[in-house]
Structures are given as C-alpha cells and as structure tokens.
Design a protein around this ligand. Structure first.
Ligand code: AMP
Length: 183
C-alpha cells in the first residue's frame, strides 16, 4: 500500500518565509522575495497543495503560468490538477506564432505573449503567478486566454498585495491568493 495522501497543513505559517527587500528593484518598492519559501521543502509543497485544493473541483485543463516566477508554481500545480502547462512569456521568448497584449506598469508598459495555438477553444484555464499587485499582469493574461477562445476559471497567486486594488481590477474572475500582505 502506498503512503496516504498528504493533506494541506492549515496551521503551517508560510508568511514568515516571505522576505521583504526594501528598494528593490527601484527605490520605494518593497520586493516580496519568495526564495526562502521555495527553499523550504515542506512550505513549497504546502503552497502547491493549497492552490491545488482551491481549484481541484474546477476541472482545469490548462494552467497558464506567467514568466518567470509563475512558472515555479504553475508546473507543479498543473501536474497536481492533471492539467497541461502553457507558458505566458515576455516578448520575443516564444518561438512560434504568438498573440500579445501590452499593459501599464507603474512606470511605462510591459507586454505578455502566448503561443496562438496553445489553448483549445473553450478549454478551462487557471492562470498562475507569484504576486498580485495592481492586477495589470493578470488582466493581460486573462485577455490573452480570451483572445484564444478559452475560458478562465480563475487566477491563483501565492501573495496578494493589499491596497493596490488588483482584485477589483479583475472583477468577474475568481481570484485566490494564499497570503495577503500590505503593499
Ligand atoms: P501587477 O501587474 O502590478 O499585479 O504586478 C504583478 C507582477 O509583478 C507579478 O508577476 C510579480 O512577480 C511582480 N511584482 C509586482 N510587485 C511585486 C512586489 N512587491 N514583489 C515581488 N514581485 C512583484
């Protein structure tokens, strides 16, 4: 008989494994560094377990993971959910034909791309990233999934920065974050 299935440990404190680095990458930004959590075997598994539990009943067929830290959660999440993995990348990284969307950052703009044949029309898609801040990144990813004719069943992030109204910007989409922190 195999080992019993592991269930999420609701008491495990993941917050203390997020390190805030002041003034990175520019003055005034409090960067939420997830590397201590990634380095902790049980915490990493715990985070993936919690995301899986939140979306297990959503019949996810594809996980769209956002470059680059979204990849770290998207791949194990896709495996746990029995879904495929689709990378959503910065411009010029994907080799085949892409669809792209530009979006506003605090200073300037950014662009995300996805392979135009990456999703079946009507596919049930979960979008995954490490941090929800202003919501611009996830909004662009939701737009790309819609451009391909697929259906977003939700967004999963490890951290949500409160006070930036990111969640309000994504109204109409289910958004789940494991940790809520001040911006
Ligand atoms: P936004 O589009 O404003 O929601 O920003 C989310 C994206 O920017 C995510 O891909 C994050 O990796 C990154 N990000 C934004 N703010 C932070 C922060 N304070 N610490 C770490 N990553 C951040």
């Amino acid at each position: 008989m195999g080992a019993p299935a592991r269930h999420p440990d609701l008491d495990m404190d993941l917050d203390h494994l997020i390190r805030t680095v002041p003034d990175f990458p520019k003055p005034g930004i409090g960067f939420r560094d997830i590397t201590p959590l990634l380095a902790h075997a049980h915490a990493l598994e715990e985070a993936i377990d919690r995301m899986t539990t939140l979306f297990r009943a959503s019949h996810v067929e594809s996980v769209v993971a956002i470059e680059s830290r979204g990849f770290l959660f998207g791949a194990p999440l896709a495996i746990r959910l029995g879904a495929g993995l689709v990378p959503c990348r910065k411009p010029g990284k994907l080799p085949a034909a892409t669809r792209s969307r530009a979006y506003e950052l605090e200073y300037g703009t950014a662009t995300l791309e996805i392979h135009e044949d990456a999703l079946e029309a009507g596919a049930r898609v979960l979008i995954c990233d490490d941090v929800l801040a202003t919501g611009g990144t996830l909004e662009a990813a939701i737009g790309l999934v819609g451009d391909l004719g697929a259906t977003v069943v939700g967004c999963a992030t490890l951290i949500e920065l409160e006070g930036l109204e990111g969640r309000a910007r994504l109204r109409g989409t289910r958004v789940e974050s494991l940790l809520q922190m001040p911006a």
